[in-house]
Design a protein around this ligand. Structure first.
Ligand code: FES
Length: 104
């Protein structure tokens, strides 16, 4: 399955990942500009992405922990998510996200 990622320079990348992988892991493993300092533990917010509006409803809602971490980033938006908290699945095959400046 695939995700479509726009990086901080505006370049688009179509990335392959497997069911159950974290979206953050796919982005990191393909070498894009994402720090993901805590490795997916929901405690750094350096995996911050903006989700394309049409995909927002298909994701499970933010947890309290995710909300708390997003409160710490300067560029948070309505569409902000932590990409380590989104798991790849059929339901979101083709998910489109943009890497936030604060993820770099
Ligand atoms: Fe640290 Fe996602 S990798 S919160």
């Amino acid at each position: 399955m695939k995700i479509l990622v726009t990086d901080q320079m505006g370049a688009e990348h179509e990335l392959e990942g497997l069911e159950g992988w974290r979206v953050m892991e796919v982005i990191r493993d393909w070498g894009l500009n994402i720090k993901a300092e805590c490795g997916g533990a929901c405690s750094c917010a350096t995996c911050h992405v903006f989700v394309a509006e049409e995909w927002l409803d298909r994701l499970s809602p933010r947890t309290d922990e995710e909300e708390d971490m997003l409160d710490t980033v300067p560029d948070v938006r309505e569409t902000s998510r932590l990409s380590c908290q989104i798991l790849m699945s059929e339901a979101i095959d083709g998910l489109a996200v943009t890497l936030a400046p604060s993820a770099a």
